[in-house]
Design a protein around this ligand. Structure first.
Ligand SMILES: [Zn+2]
Length: 261
């Protein structure tokens, strides 16, 4: 583990921190009105595990879709929670195939209690790492996802000023007035996935002309509780196709919404 990452180790949010996040989440700081005339979907992957960049990307590509990959720079060539992470070549392939490379911080810190300087240093390091890996000095991130879904007042503000959107882990379909500083999501994680859950959320997206943002981690037969089997991801892709819902990256949907607002 590099020193930068070590410096950022911290205990998970306790009950009080979780209540604080719930309360903060009720007050949007970057409210945007969604005025879509049809529902829309995004598929996203966090961290990102090797199998998301390979198996996950391939399943999307097979269907003509692209995904959003929230990348943690320090995970390159490494392991995270026992899961093999991406290699630089995987990211270059994703980039070449028009997937969105999005920001998930460099060190994957818990963002509560950080000051602005610490957060900006981390974000700069992630950007620099991506520019090197992608061999593109002009590369910029548009979208961001909070590591562990954790934030506080300071981090949410800093991130909302830096990126077009930030995605958390609070579960909902994005419709009506949504907070671009804390986009809601629909997990495809094995630990809570059921076909009924998938269907109910797709129906909610259709009913509200909403934006459904799926998120998961590794894509493998023996996936972690936070990941998906290839069958689960295929089930979601098929259901979205069957419902005639357009699939775009988080960045492209955000641009579309902002233009229409
Ligand atoms: Zn993560």
């Amino acid at each position: 583990m590099d020193d930068f990452v070590k410096m950022h180790e911290r205990a998970p949010a306790n009950i009080l921190a979780r209540i604080e996040m719930q309360l903060l989440a009720r007050i949007p700081i970057k409210p945007v009105q969604i005025n879509l005339d049809k529902p829309i979907a995004s598929f996203s992957f966090d961290d990102i595990p090797k199998t998301a960049a390979t198996n996950g990307a391939k399943l999307l590509e097979k269907n003509g879709f692209i995904g959003t990959f929230y990348v943690t720079g320090s995970h390159a060539n490494g392991e995270f929670d026992g899961v093999k992470q991406y290699e630089p070549e995987d990211l270059r392939n994703l980039y070449k195939n028009n997937h969105e490379i999005a920001c998930h911080t460099y060190a994957h810190p818990r963002l509560r209690g950080r000051n602005e300087m610490e957060i900006l240093l981390d974000l700069d390091k992630n950007l620099e790492t991506m520019r090197q890996i992608l061999d593109d000095e002009t590369f910029e991130f548009a979208s961001h996802a909070f590591p562990y879904g954790e934030f506080d007042k300071v981090s949410r503000k800093v991130l909302s000023e830096r990126f077009v959107s930030s995605r958390g882990v609070l579960r909902a379909i994005n419709h009506g007035t949504v907070d671009f500083a804390n986009l809601r999501t629909t997990p495809l994680e094995r630990q809570r996935f059921t076909p009924e859950y998938l269907q109910t959320n797709i129906e909610k997206a259709i009913k509200n002309n909403g934006w459904i943002i799926f998120f998961t981690h590794d894509i493998a037969q023996n996936c972690t509780p936070y990941g998906s089997t290839p069958e689960m991801l295929e089930m979601a892709i098929e259901a979205i196709k069957k419902a005639g819902i357009e699939v775009l990256s988080v960045k492209d949907v955000a641009n579309k919404i902002v233009k229409k607002a």
